[in-house]
Design a protein around this ligand. Structure first.
Ligand code: SF4
Ligand code: SF4
Length: 425
C-alpha cells in the first residue's frame, strides 16, 4: 500500500512534468556534474531525457548518472530553478522510480538491521556499558528537550558519548532517543525506498512526541534537513527543532571550558544546513567561544560553502574523491592547524585523507569535549587510517570481548567497511 509520502512524490513528479522548462540550469549549476561523464552533454538534453524517463520510463545512462551521482548537498533545493522546482527532489523521484521498477539493486543498511555496520562498529570502539547507554532510550514522561543523534554517528560512537556528556554539563532536563532504533527516514529516501522512509520517519516522530517536548535537538544535519524538506510536507511535527550547535550556542555560558586549544582552525560546515538556511552561524559561535581557538575561513563558507562529496560516494566514488580533495586543498591553503568538521558523514569521508595534509581533522564535538576536559579517542578515524584488519582487531580486543557480536561478524563488517585484507599484514 502506498503511503502519503509516495503520493506526495507522485504529485511532485506531475509538477515537474508540467512546469519544467528544460532550461538545464539545475544541471549546469550542480557541483558534481562536472566531475561525471555528464560534463560533455548539453544540460538541456540531459533534462529532456529526465522528463522522458519520468513520463514513460525510457531508460538513459545520463538519467541514472544525474540522479545517483547526486551528493544530496541540498544546494539546489531553494532558489535554483526558475519554476521553483527542487532538482534534489527530482533526483529522489528518479531513485524512487528505479526502486519501484527494480531497475538496479539499491543496497543500503537499514539502521534497524541487527547486524547494521554502525551497531557492530560501535560495539568494538566503546565498552559494553557505554554501548548500552547510547542504545537505551530515556524512560522519562515529559521533558523540555529531546536529544536525538541519528544513525550515522553510531559509526563514531564516542561522539554520541561526548554529546551526552555535554548535554549533562549544560544541565537542562532532556530525554535521549537513540539513533539506529529510530531513523528520520533519510537512508531509505536516498535509496528510493519512499514508503519505508515514511514509516521510519513516523516511528521517530511518534517516539519523540511521546516525551511531549517543546524542542527536539537533532545532532545530525541530515535529519534536520530531511525533516524540513520532506517529512514536514506530509506530517505534522508537534515540536520545534534545533540543531545541536544551535542548542550549544543558546547555552554557551553553561560550558565551563577548562583547556585552551591555542590553534588556528578552519571550518567545514554541514553544507546542507547552510544551503537550507537552517543553521549557518551557530557552529562558528561555539567554536569561537573555545579558549585559544582562532577561526580562519575558507573562501567557500556560509551560504557559499562546499560539500565534501557525501552521498555520491555510494555510486560515483571517483567523482566524490575529486570534490573531497578540492575541499581539503582549500582547507590546506588557509594554513590552519585543524580542519573542524560538523557532520559525521564529512568526518567519515575526510578521516583517512588527514594523512596527506598538514592539518588535523577534528569533529567539532570532539574539540568542544576536549576543551571541557573530556578526553575520548577518535578510534573510527584511527581505524580508517590504519585500514589493517589485524591491527584493528588487536587494538579493539578488549571491547571485542565485550561485544554481543561474534568475531566472524565483526571481521566481515570491518572488511566491508574500513579494513581491507590487503593491508592485513
Ligand atoms: S532548473 Fe528547473 S526548469 Fe530548469 S531544467 Fe531544472 S528543473 Fe527544469
Ligand atoms: S543536491 Fe547538490 S549534488 Fe544533488 S542535484 Fe542538488 S546541487 Fe547537485
Amino acid at each position: 500500500m502506498s503511503t502519503i509520502l509516495s503520493q506526495y512524490f507522485d504529485q511532485e513528479k506531475k509538477q515537474v512534468l508540467e512546469k519544467c522548462l528544460v532550461c538545464g540550469q539545475c544541471i549546469s549549476k550542480c557541483p558534481i556534474i562536472k566531475y561525471t561523464n555528464l560534463e560533455k552533454f548539453d544540460p538541456r538534453e540531459v533534462q529532456r531525457k529526465v522528463l522522458e524517463f519520468l513520463e514513460n520510463g525510457t531508460e538513459y545512462d545520463e538519467v541514472y548518472t544525474k540522479s545517483f551521482a547526486c551528493m544530496e548537498c541540498y544546494k539546489c533545493v531553494k532558489n535554483n530553478c526558475p519554476k521553483g522546482l527542487s532538482p534534489l527532489m527530482i533526483n529522489e523521484i528518479i531513485k524512487w522510480e528505479y526502486n519501484q521498477r527494480n531497475l538496479i539493486p539499491i543496497l543500503y543498511t537499514d539502521p534497524k538491521d541487527d547486524n547494521a555496520k554502525q551497531r557492530v562498529l560501535s560495539s568494538i570502539q566503546i565498552s559494553s556499558e557505554e554501548y548500552n547507554k547510547i542504545f537505551t532510550p530515556s524512560t522519562k514522561d515529559t521533558v523540555q528537550y529531546v536529544f536525538f543523534p541519528g544513525c550515522n554517528v553510531y559509526l563514531q560512537p564516542e561522539k554520541v558519548l561526548d554529546a551526552l556528556d555535554i548535554m549533562d554539563i549544560i544541565g537542562e532536563d532532556y530525554a535521549f532517543v537513540p539513533g539506529m532504533d529510530f531513523c528520520c527516514g533519510n537512508v531509505h529516501l536516498e535509496a528510493g525506498a519512499v514508503d519505508k522512509g515514511y514509516t521510519a520517519s513516523q516511528e521517530l516522530i511518534s517516539k519523540l512526541s511521546s516525551y511531549h517536548p517543546e524542542t527536539v535537538i537533532l545532532y545530525c544535519p541530515t535529519c534536520l534537513c530531511r525533516l524540513d524538506m520532506t517529512i514536514s510536507k506530509v506530517s505534522e511535527i508537534p515540536f520545534s527543532i534545533i540543531s545541536f550547535p544551535q542548542f550549544l550556542t543558546q547555552n554557551i555560558d553553561k560550558l565551563p571550558f577548562k583547556k585552551e586549544i591555542n590553534k588556528t582552525v578552519t571550518l567545514h560546515e554541514a553544507c546542507k544546513a547552510a544551503y537550507m538556511g537552517l543553521d549557518i552561524t551557530s557552529a562558528r559561535e561555539v567554536l569561537c567561544s573555545i579558549p585559544g581557538v582562532n577561526l580562519t575561513e575558507m573562501p567557500r563558507h556560509g551560504l557559499n560553502t562546499a560539500c565534501c562529496g557525501s552521498s555520491s560516494m555510494d555510486f560515483f566514488e571517483n567523482s566524490m574523491a575529486i570534490v573531497r580533495d578540492e575541499r581539503l586543498q582549500e582547507a590546506e591553503e588557509t594554513g590552519a592547524d585543524i580542519l573542524v568538521d560538523i557532520c559525521q558523514t564529512c568526518h567519515n569521508i575526510f578521516a583517512k585523507e588527514e594523512l596527506k595534509y598538514t592539518f588535523e581533522i577534528i569533529n567539532y564535538v570532539s574539540l568542544i569535549a576536549e576543551a571541557l576536559g573530556i578526553e575520548r579517542e577518535d578510534k573510527f578515524k584511527k581505524y580508517k587510517q590504519w585500514g589493517s584488519l589485524k591491527r584493528i582487531l588487536e587494538d579493539a580486543r578488549e571491547y571485542i570481548a565485550q561485544s554481543e557480536y561474534p568475531r566472524d561478524t565483526i571481521i566481515e563488517v570491518l572488511k566491508n567497511s574500513i579494513a581491507s585484507e590487503e593491508s592485513h599484514e
